[in-house]
Ligand binder design. Structure first.
Ligand code: SF4
Ligand code: FES
Length: 382
């Protein structure tokens, strides 16, 4: 089927050019454009283990169907619903990684069903849920996204995701800036700065797999913060300062715990973690060094610069701003006590690593680079 489409398109192209299409160049096209493997490979019987909600009860159900090379998970779900079980519920729209509707958990990882090819998953996957045994037995597990309640089967209630998104005021606010007569003009460099974060399709995959969201429901989440950066970097927007302040707090950028899953699962390479780190850096550079996150960050850097390794005794105290923060001390004492009783207390004597000068040299190098790149002074980590 695939090869036939390609041949008929090539015929049209040849006719346009006024060339005669011969059986020789059709054969040539078949060889070069469609791999022999795709043409000859027979379909395989795959078991889809899908989470269902039947009469209010959640259970896993197996569906076996024939899957060809090139069939996406979404094609397979359509087939299951059309041929085997019309009660199966899932969302979809564009079928082309544009609308973000078909987000779900496939083999333990948040993914878009229209982007993943079923046989590729069987070939390669050995994730937590899709063990080697599952791959051998040709089983693909599909469950709804995590971190959001389930409405039915693979359909999530995404209200919390959208509520967090709304909090960052996700529109360009020109404030009192004089408006141009026609459109705003932007340099290529300015556009490149926000291009990556502007690619977000609001699928929610990053929110679903974020450890930060799992641990703290108030965390704004990777997508909202990536969008916040997109607006902070937008030269049309007049609210950069307010925007940075609004997310420079516990449930903003500092609730991110660097699990990297947001960046790993994002289907369009927004790299939300990178955007979060950019906002943190901007906040610290603008003098916001008194939030817990910033103090944690700066204490960490100072410790590595001083001794070459992290001083785990100083880190919690540095993160609350010192021992005179009585409330903070009360908060961290139980953690220290638990560490002590579980034998996790680091040694009280902290040594410098040999060749600490090399580590300081690295710091100095980055400080110089930072000066070269920007007019404003980098953070003083002394
Ligand atoms: S950042 Fe990526 S994963 Fe998160 S909502 Fe946007 S497109 Fe989806
Ligand atoms: S159906 Fe639109 S992204 Fe998958």
């Amino acid at each position: 089927m695939v090869s036939m489409k390609k041949v008929s398109r090539s015929k049209k192209i040849d006719q346009k050019k006024g060339q005669k299409t011969t059986s020789k160049n059709i054969k040539g096209l078949q060889k070069s454009e469609v791999s022999e493997k795709n043409v000859k490979e027979p379909s395989q019987e795959i078991t889809f283990r899908i989470q269902r909600v039947i009469q209010g009860k959640t259970e896993m159900r197996d569906y076996k169907i024939e899957v060809g090379r090139g069939d996406t998970i979404l094609d397979c779900l359509d087939k299951i619903r059309d041929d085997l079980d019309p009660s199966l519920s899932f969302r979809r729209n564009c079928r082309n990684t544009i609308c973000g509707s078909c987000a779900m958990t496939i083999n333990g990882r948040a993914r878009l069903a229209c982007k993943e090819h079923a046989l590729n998953l069987i070939d390669k996957e050995t994730t937590k849920e899709n063990t080697k045994e599952n791959a051998k037995e040709k089983i693909i597990t599909i469950t709804p996204m995590r971190n959001m309640p389930v409405v039915k089967d693979l359909v999530n209630d995404m209200t919390s995701f959208w509520n967090q998104y709304k909090k960052i005021k996700p529109w360009v606010d020109t404030g009192d800036k004089p408006l141009p007569e026609k459109e705003f003009l932007m340099s290529i460099e300015q556009f490149q700065e926000l291009e990556q974060s502007a690619d977000c399709i609001m699928c929610g995959l990053c929110y679903a797999d974020s450890n930060g969201v799992e641990a703290e429901k108030e965390f704004l989440g990777p997508a909202a913060l990536a969008r916040a950066y997109r607006l902070i970097a937008d030269p049309r927007d007049a609210k950069q300062e307010e925007r940075i302040k609004a997310v420079d707090n516990k449930h903003g950028t500092w609730d991110c715990m660097h699990c990297f899953y947001c960046t790993e699962v994002c289907p369009v390479d927004v790299d939300p973690l990178a955007q979060i780190l950019k906002i943190r850096k901007m906040a610290v550079e603008k003098g916001s060094t008194k939030t817990r996150g910033a103090m944690h960050h700066l204490t960490f850097i100072k410790s590595v610069k001083d001794s070459g390794i992290l001083n785990e005794n100083k880190l919690p105290i540095g993160s609350i701003g010192g021992i005179f923060n009585i409330v903070g001390m009360f908060e961290i004492t139980p953690v220290g006590f638990r560490m002590l009783t579980h034998g996790k207390m680091p040694s009280l004597i902290h040594h410098k690593i040999p060749k600490i000068e090399d580590v300081r040299e690295i710091f100095n190098h980055f400080k110089k680079e930072s000066f070269k790149k920007k007019d404003d002074s980098p953070v003083n980590y002394q």
